[in-house]
Design a protein around this ligand. Structure first.
Ligand code: SIN
Length: 271
C-alpha cells in the first residue's frame, strides 16, 4: 500500500499533538500523506513542515520564494519577465537529494495552481518493492553501496542541458549511498536505487552493475508499487524520501499554469 489520505485536518490551523502523532504514524507506515482542499500561505506551509524536522534552506537557489528561502518554487510562470521557479523539474524517477551526504528525510509539495491535465506526480513505494524482491536478490544487494554521481546523471536526466562544466564537476563529488536503505524510525528496508541512471555498484563489474541497477529500477516502478497523483488545486502531499521515489509528468506549459511550493525537511546520513 502507498499513501494515506488525511481528512479533517487544516494545515493552516493548529493541529493537536494527538492528530499529529496519528498522521505521523500513517506517514511512516505508507510513505506519503495527501491533504486535499487546503489553502495555506508559504509561512503556514513552513510552520507545518517544521513539525517534521528542520527545513533545508535554498539560500543560493534562484528558485526559492522571495522572502521565504525555505520554499522552493516549481512553476512555468513568470513575474516581471523572470521565471518564478524551476519550470520542468523532476521529470525522471528520483529521491530528493540522493547525491547529498545527508539526504532530506521528507518533502512537502503544495499545489497552488495546477493544469487541467498532465503535471501529475508519481510515487513509488521503495519499501514494498524491496520486500517483494526474490530472496536471492536481497542476498545479492544487501550491504552493497552505489555511487551517486550528478556528473554521470546529467545526460540521462537533462539531455538538453549543456555538458557538465569543470566548476560543476568540482562542486559535485561522487556520493556513496547504500543500495538498500534502513529507515531510521521504523527499521524497514527500502531500495535506494534512484531512477533512470545505471549507477555503479561498488566492487561490481560495470556490465553486471548496469544490468542489476536497471533491473532493480524497472522492478521498483511497476504499477503495483506506484501511486499516480492527479493534482487538484489545494492538494498538499508529504512524502518520505527514505522510502519512496517520485517523478513529475509533462503538461501543456504554453497554455496552462502550474504553481507548486515545496518545503524540504532535513534528514540523516543513509545507512
Ligand atoms: C519534485 O520532484 O520535487 C517535484 C515533483 C512535481 O513537480 O510534481
Amino acid at each position: 500500500m502507498i499513501g494515506t489520505e488525511v481528512s479533517g485536518i487544516d494545515l493552516a490551523g493548529p493541529i493537536s499533538a494527538r492528530d499529529f502523532d496519528r498522521m505521523y504514524a500513517a506517514w511512516l507506515d505508507t510513505t506519503i500523506l495527501l491533504f486535499r482542499r487546503q489553502s495555506i500561505t508559504p509561512q503556514q506551509q513552513i510552520d507545518f513542515s517544521r513539525r517534521f524536522g528542520e527545513l533545508l534552506v535554498y539560500t543560493r537557489s534562484e528558485n526559492a520564494l522571495p522572502g521565504h528561502p525555505e520554499v522552493l518554487v516549481l512553476s512555468n510562470l513568470a513575474r516581471d519577465g523572470k521565471p518564478m521557479g524551476s519550470p520542468a523539474s523532476g521529470r525522471y524517477w528520483h529521491t530528493d537529494g540522493h547525491y547529498l551526504k545527508c539526504p532530506p528525510a521528507a518533502s512537502l509539495l503544495y499545489g497552488a495552481e495546477v493544469p487541467p491535465s498532465g503535471g501529475d506526480t508519481w510515487f513509488a513505494n521503495m519499501q514494498a518493492a524491496y520486500e517483494a524482491l526474490a530472496a536471492e536478490t536481497k542476498v545479492r544487494i544487501d550491504g552493497r553501496q552505489i555511487i551517486i554521481s550528478r556528473v554521470k546523471s546529467r545526460p540521462y536526466n537533462y539531455p538538453n542541458k549543456p555538458a557538465v562544466t569543470p566548476e560543476e564537476r568540482a562542486a559535485w563529488p561522487d556520493m556513496p549511498q547504500p543500495l538498500v536503505r534502513t529507515h531510521p524510525k521504523t527499521g524497514r528496508k527500502a531500495l535506494y536505487v534512484g531512477g533512470n541512471v545505471p549507477w555503479n555498484v561498488v566492487g561490481m563489474a560495470e556490465t553486471e552493475s548496469d544490468a542489476l541497477i536497471t533491473d532493480l529500477q524497472a522492478f521498483a516502478t511497476q504499477p503495483r508499487f506506484v501511486y499516480v497523483h492527479r493534482w487538484q488545486a489545494g492538494d498538499a502531499i508529504l512524502w518520505d524520501n527514505r522510502s519512496s521515489m517520485h517523478r513529475a509528468t509533462a503538461y501543456d506549459e504554453v497554455n496552462h499554469r502550474r504553481l507548486m511550493y515545496r518545503t524540504t525537511i532535513a534528514g540523516e546520513q543513509a545507512f
